[in-house]
Ligand binder design. Structure first.
Ligand SMILES: NC(=O)N[C@@H](CC(=O)O)C(=O)O
Length: 364
């Protein structure tokens, strides 16, 4: 990593004068690319920011077989912009009927690198998820044996549980017992949102890790209601109170290897967000790196950005870091406000706002 802080003055040198940071190209360890026209609309943004992406399998119908994963991977590769070398890392969607042999076959063939566990009904397109966690034990045992990580959407689906407590209840009642039952299982808690979760992850590292989104580092639950209801800030797990946001910022900037990028970029059409019943998901793929690096800058931790962005994820998954580099520049920039799709569009998280950091050049 190099940090260039050339505080030259003079208009001619304005671009060169901006502080910048160059790191190995980062990966997005949690991204929803969808399919069809939406895939083709959003993929260029993720491919511009990240070298690889762990592709969430919650399509309709979900990615459950090795054949499904191969076919979806081919559609992603075909949807890449000209010249892009973006590499999709596939996942499979666990259900009550998942066959441990199919899981192992996909992992051995590198058809997928991990399996995603959605408790049934927890979030968008999770109705085929796992309703009987005890019944999943043979699958988790197999994954433990072959060293295949499970990526967990960690929220209780009990409708009696307050929505702001669902992650905490899941951790206490489901995740901690699961970790005890499967002592060798590699686990990623996806989109961690609470201080309790990051403490649990720390306590179980290195076999455990967490992805943390850009939006959970910059918004809290009050943001969702600031001046009125903000549907484009609604996602699951829902943002928590300020003390949790601050704990997440401490976690990502701590330098600990168990925290990694995972944008949870989750595009929904504007009409699905600005609706009587708003879909859950924040479309953060366009402004992810600008947001993460801003947070590290604000926390005085730019020297730790490389580990979080580019090294921790590959290390957890047993992959090499990327060879190319990306340069981020402390130069104000404005991302597109929305990405058009036919007659509609998808609203971009922090799109249209002046952000203090911009993405500079990428070297393959
Ligand atoms: N994060 C979200 O709010 N939504 C995701 C699903 C998920 O990861 O929970 C989506 O697919 O839209």
């Amino acid at each position: 990593m190099t940090i260039d802080a050339l505080f030259e003055t003079g208009a001619d040198h304005q671009a060169d004068a901006a502080p910048s940071i160059t790191i190995p190209r980062p990966d997005d360890w949690h991204v929803h690319l969808r399919d069809g026209v939406m895939l083709r609309a959003v993929l260029p943004y993720t491919a511009a920011q990240f070298a690889r992406g762990v592709i969430m399998p919650n399509l309709v119908p979900p990615v459950v077989t090795v054949a499904d994963a191969h076919a979806y991977r081919d559609r992603i590769l075909a949807g890449r912009p000209e010249g892009s070398d973006f590499e999709p890392l596939m996942t499979c969607y666990l259900t009550d009927n998942t066959d441990p042999d199919e899981i192992e076959r996909g992992f051995a063939e590198r058809g997928w690198i991990a399996a995603k566990l959605y408790p049934a009904g927890a979030t968008t397109n999770s109705s085929h998820g796992v309703s009987d966690l005890a019944g999943l034990a043979p699958v988790l045992e197999r994954m433990e044996k072959i060293g295949m990580p499970v990526l967990i959407h960690g929220e209780s689906t009990d409708p009696e549980v307050d929505i702001f407590d669902r992650e905490e209840v899941f951790m206490e009642h489901t995740l901690l017992p699961m970790l005890k039952r499967h002592l060798g299982l590699k686990v990623v808690v996806e989109h961690a949102t609470t201080s309790g979760t990051v403490d649990i992850v720390r306590a179980h590292a290195p076999r455990m890790a967490a992805t943390i989104t850009p939006h959970h580092l910059v918004i809290n639950r009050t943001s969702i209601f600031q001046g009125g209801l903000r549907p484009h800030l609604y996602c699951l797990p829902v943002a928590k109170r300020e003390s949790h946001r601050l704990a997440l910022r401490r976690a990502v900037t701590s330098g600990e290897s168990c925290f990694m990028i995972g944008t949870d970029s989750a595009p929904h059409m504007r009409s699905a967000k600005q609706a009587e019943c708003c879909s859950a998901g924040v479309f953060g793929g366009v402004t992810a790196l600008q947001t993460y690096v801003q947070v590290f800058d604000e926390e005085g931790a730019l020297d730790r950005f490389e580990a979080f962005a580019s090294l921790n994820g590959p290390r957890f998954h047993g992959l090499e870091p990327n060879r190319g580099t990306v340069t981020l520049v402390k130069k104000p920039g404005v991302a597109v406000a929305a990405v058009p799709i036919g007659d509609e569009d998808i609203v971009v998280f922090r799109g249209g706002e002046t952000l203090p950091w911009s993405v500079g050049g990428t070297k393959p």
